[in-house]
Write a protein that binds this ligand. Structure first.
Ligand SMILES: [Zn+2]
Length: 328
């Protein structure tokens, strides 16, 4: 048995037909966790869908009713349907549950969610609604948290997250210099720091600069990584971003968006991380959360490996990493 819970439902499956997004990955991750003995059936909690009221804490009504213009539907890049609405409402409910459970157990992983491209008024990039933002706003409304920090390690910029929480940003501070000793200086990531938050949600995005979305609204910290960077450089930048963030901000909850698409064999990514490197990434986030005594909820976001089994392995390893860090 795991020392924390996993949130999962068969209905996380996204009804989008044949698509680069492997909608069956959630069920496959669950099956892998069980068949390899990492988790057993009692470790899983079944979420309830978020209520419309929850969704409206972040989004406008038309996303549910389907009153979308052709352009809005095109931007979402997945076909609108009532079933799709239900799957996204469920993923938001799953993230709310994962947030609550993380406050009890220090960590909780939803085998789904992480739809970080969704904006308040439109869906985008396979994301209809922003489950993590809904969870943050719901937990705040219930007075369970006051502040949160999003740590987005999907290969794509968290533009929806940045847009939703933009209103809480304050003046920039200069970026503390990156530790040159640990970083390969043959390239340099452009780091944009908006930091020094007086607001309630601090957003970090570590992403490939030369990738979707074209327009990247500012997060509290953006690390714009060049193409093709590997494990060591990535981990050094992540470490640096987390250190910088915690110098400025103490959240009640960390929302880790653990995208599998920085993987070197991803079809929609251009970084060069290995499966082992991605597990180290997870361990780094969990170790920091544990050391600082801050609960962490996890969602899975993207993952488009040539071989879907690799995506499943990367996401499964996130559970193993949490088990290793929080089980000891
Ligand atoms: Zn992605």
């Amino acid at each position: 048995m795991l020392p924390f819970k996993l949130v999962y439902s068969d209905a996380y499956y996204l009804p989008i037909g044949k698509h680069v997004f492997p909608a069956e990955k959630y069920r496959r991750i669950r099956d892998r966790l069980i068949s390899t003995g990492v988790a057993d059936a009692t470790d899983f909690m079944e979420p309830q869908p978020a209520t419309d009221q929850d969704i409206l804490l972040v989004h406008v009504q038309k996303l549910k009713t389907g009153a979308l213009s052709p352009r809005e539907e095109m931007e979402m890049e997945i076909p609108y349907s009532r079933d799709l609405v239900e799957a996204f409402w469920l993923s938001a409910g799953g993230s709310i549950l994962a947030g609550r459970q993380a406050l009890k157990d220090r960590v909780c992983i939803s085998i789904g969610g992480g739809f970080h491209h969704a904006h308040p008024d439109h869906g985008e990039g396979f994301c209809m609604i922003h489950d993590v933002a809904v969870a943050i706003r719901r937990l705040q409304r219930d007075n369970q948290i006051h502040t949160a920090m999003t740590v987005d390690c999907d290969v794509h910029h968290g533009n929806g997250t940045a847009a939703i929480f933009a209103g809480t940003r304050t003046e920039s501070v200069p970026l503390p210099s990156v530790s040159a000793s640990t970083l390969n200086q043959s390239w340099s990531a452009k780091t944009r720091m908006r930091g020094a938050h007086a607001g309630d949600v601090f957003t970090i995005s570590l992403h490939q600069q030369n990738n979707y979305p074209v327009y990247k609204p500012p997060s509290s910290i953006d690390v714009d990584l060049p193409d093709g960077i590997g494990d060591d450089d990535y981990l050094a930048w992540l470490d640096n971003a987390l250190s910088s963030a915690f110098r400025q901000f103490q959240p009640d909850l960390i929302c880790y968006i653990a995208g599998a698409d920085p993987y070197r064999e991803d079809q929609l990514g251009g970084l060069d991380l290995t499966i082992e490197g991605l597990k180290k990434r997870d361990e780094l986030v969990f170790r920091v959360a544990k050391t600082k005594g801050i609960p962490v909820m996890v969602t899975y976001a993207g993952g488009y490996a040539m071989n879907v089994e690799d995506t499943v392995t990367i996401h499964t390893n996130t559970v193993i990493a949490a088990k290793e860090i929080f089980g000891s």
